[in-house]
Design a protein around this ligand. Structure first.
Ligand SMILES: Nc1[nH]c(=O)nc2c1ncn2[C@H]1C[C@H](O)[C@@H](COP(=O)(O)OP(=O)(O)OP(=O)(O)O)O1
Length: 165
């Protein structure tokens, strides 16, 4: 790890929802590059030095999917502390935002293949294994800090602890 790198790495995820009730959908996509490539994930990535977390979430959403949200649209819904005990350089502090209003239609980028998925049938089998523990809660309106301890293989989940705000 270089000396000027913040540890844990500050990152963001942006959950965009459309529709109501049983028809509600969330924008996810297969990550094509970098850490966790191959997994279905929400748009997101690293917070740049000096950048506000919400601004990073808006920027990453547009870079990865082309969708635009205005500054007032995203709500901070959760902080997730991802911890990799056998690979601590991968530890991340993740701020999760949720937006229900946006402009544009999702377009694939080099980083993500975005698609709308039914909230009632989330593709958790294709996501990081911890996602099933926290993603439905955030979509359901809960706000919390979660600590996710990954297993020795850096894929499985050792524990998930959720503290409501
Ligand atoms: N256990 C975990 N469960 C999960 O759902 N997402 C996780 C996770 N551990 C890390 N992440 C996410 C958070 C963050 O959005 C992403 C990694 O950040 P980046 O997308 O910035 O990584 P990259 O390697 O693609 O970075 P760049 O090379 O800068 O594009 O991985």
């Amino acid at each position: 790890m270089s000396a000027n790198k913040t540890h844990p790495q500050p990152v963001v995820l942006m959950l965009v929802l459309r529709g109501q009730g049983e028809r509600q959908e969330v924008l996810l996509g297969r990550k094509l590059t970098g850490f966790g490539a191959g997994n279905m994930v929400a748009p997101g990535g690293k917070i740049e030095p000096g950048e506000q977390a919400a601004a990073a979430a808006i920027r990453e959403l547009e870079e990865e999917t082309g969708l635009q949200v205005t500054e007032s649209a995203p709500v901070h819904r959760a902080t997730i502390l991802f911890r990799f005990p056998v690979r601590p350089a991968s530890d991340m502090d993740c701020q999760v935002f949720l937006a229900t209003s946006y402009q544009g239609e999702p377009v694939a980028s080099e980083e993500l293949e975005p698609r709308w998925y039914p909230v009632a049938n989330l593709p958790v089998d294709h996501m990081w294994q911890d996602a099933e523990h926290w993603l439905p809660l955030i979509i359901g309106g809960e706000m919390f800090t979660a600590t996710v301890i990954m297993a020795q293989d850096n894929l499985g989940v050792e524990s998930v602890q959720i503290t409501p705000w």
